[in-house]
Design a protein around this ligand. Structure first.
Ligand SMILES: NC(=O)c1ccc[n+]([C@@H]2O[C@H](COP(=O)([O-])OP(=O)(O)OC[C@H]3O[C@@H](n4cnc5c(N)ncnc54)[C@H](OP(=O)(O)O)[C@@H]3O)[C@@H](O)[C@H]2O)c1
Length: 313
């Protein structure tokens, strides 16, 4: 598909003007755009969305391409605006590095017991202890895509052994590098000290993390969920924590967001809750990523990071 000279971009997000500025600066010329409140919005041919799709479907009869400013596109599956003839692309940009920072930042904070040193400082108490370390441990990355591969490379650089799971098919070379598909999961779980969930939310991954998968984990393992809350059976995770499988959980994403105040996760001493912050981009990075695809669109080149409708990711 090729862009046309009369293309009009609908931009939605917290600050559409900032996104348009960043994209235009990157392209080197103004991008023709409108906000959702503009009367011309219904004639948009392209939708650059840095927001959840709105509750009510938009009437966009001329739409040909939706570019989502996020990496996870599960909220777009089944949307009436994503018609058969409309393309959907997603954003990678600096998200893999941000996600890797989050994973290693929180794991290191836990192993080093950053919270303890802070408490001791506040109490002016001098006490020494030998910290835990990531090096020499095994990390299992479930969902070895754009983000999982960058997390894996970071883990290797920190001296971890890396195992990874993807849907597949998996080549012999990949198997030799510790990558497997679903039949490898029980063996991988038995070996992993850290399990990082990076699966997209699809019909297949709904409650993927269930009682039998937590039971297959090594006692003392740490579970990190940075993908989507829907992939976890929460009752099974809470029961697993009671059995130390996993012993601790670092959770950035939840079935209901914001996480309801009555959720047992908030007060759980071995759960670390963050507010879906692991991979938030900026207007600048989101605008630049859109600009690159806009350039391709206008030139009639293949777009980057096209979502596969049949797979749902
Ligand atoms: N917390 C945050 O702020 C944040 C930010 C960005 C992204 N995310 C989440 O991170 C997810 C991953 O992003 P990504 O860009 O790395 O996605 P991606 O490039 O699409 O990779 C997804 C990986 O999951 C694998 N997979 C899919 N279904 C599977 C199944 N049923 N069983 C086993 N493996 C399966 C895929 O296997 P194949 O390689 O065989 O296709 C692929 O390796 C996103 O979908 C999003 O939900 C969260």
């Amino acid at each position: 598909m090729k862009g046309r000279s009369d293309d009009l971009v609908l931009i939605t997000g917290d600050d559409p003007a900032a996104l348009a500025r960043a994209a235009s600066a990157s392209v080197g010329e103004p991008i023709p755009w409108v906000g959702a409140g503009d009367e011309r919005a219904s004639s948009a041919t392209v939708w650059f969305a840095s927001s959840l799709p709105p509750a009510a479907a938009l009437e966009l009869p001329a739409l040909r391409w939706i570019h989502c400013a996020w990496a996870g596109v599960d909220r777009w599956v089944g949307r009436p605006e994503w018609r058969e003839e409309v393309m959907l692309t997603r954003t990678i940009a600096d998200l893999p590095r941000r996600m890797a920072d989050y994973v290693f930042g929180y794991l290191l904070a836990m192993e080093l017991d950053v919270a303890r040193s802070r408490r001791q400082q506040e109490e002016r108490r001098w006490e020494r202890w030998t910290a835990g370390t990531l090096g020499g441990k095994t990390m299992l990355i479930v969902g070895h895509g754009e983000i999982g591969r960058v997390v894996g490379a970071g883990a290797k650089a920190l001296g971890l052994r890396v195992l990874a799971l993807r849907r597949g098919p998996v080549s012999e070379t990949e198997r030799g590098e510790g990558v497997g598909s679903s039949e490898s999961l029980p063996a991988f779980l038995a070996e992993a000290d850290y399990v990082v969930n990076l699966l997209p939310a699809t019909a297949e991954t709904e409650s993927f993390w269930n009682a039998s998968r937590f039971a297959a984990m090594k006692r003392g393992a740490v579970f990190v969920n940075v993908s989507r809350g829907r992939s976890v059976d929460d009752a099974a995770l809470l029961a697993g924590l009671d059995q130390n499988r996993p012993a601790r959980a670092i959770l950035d994403v939840f079935r209901a967001e914001p996480l309801p105040t009555e959720s047992p996760y908030w007060a759980h001493s071995r759960v670390w809750v963050t507010a879906h912050v692991a991979g938030l981009g900026t207007d600048e990075t989101e605008g630049v990523a859109f600009a690159e695809n806009w350039r391709r669109w206008r030139a009639g080149e293949a777009l980057a990071h096209v979502v596969d409708r049949a797979r749902g990711y």
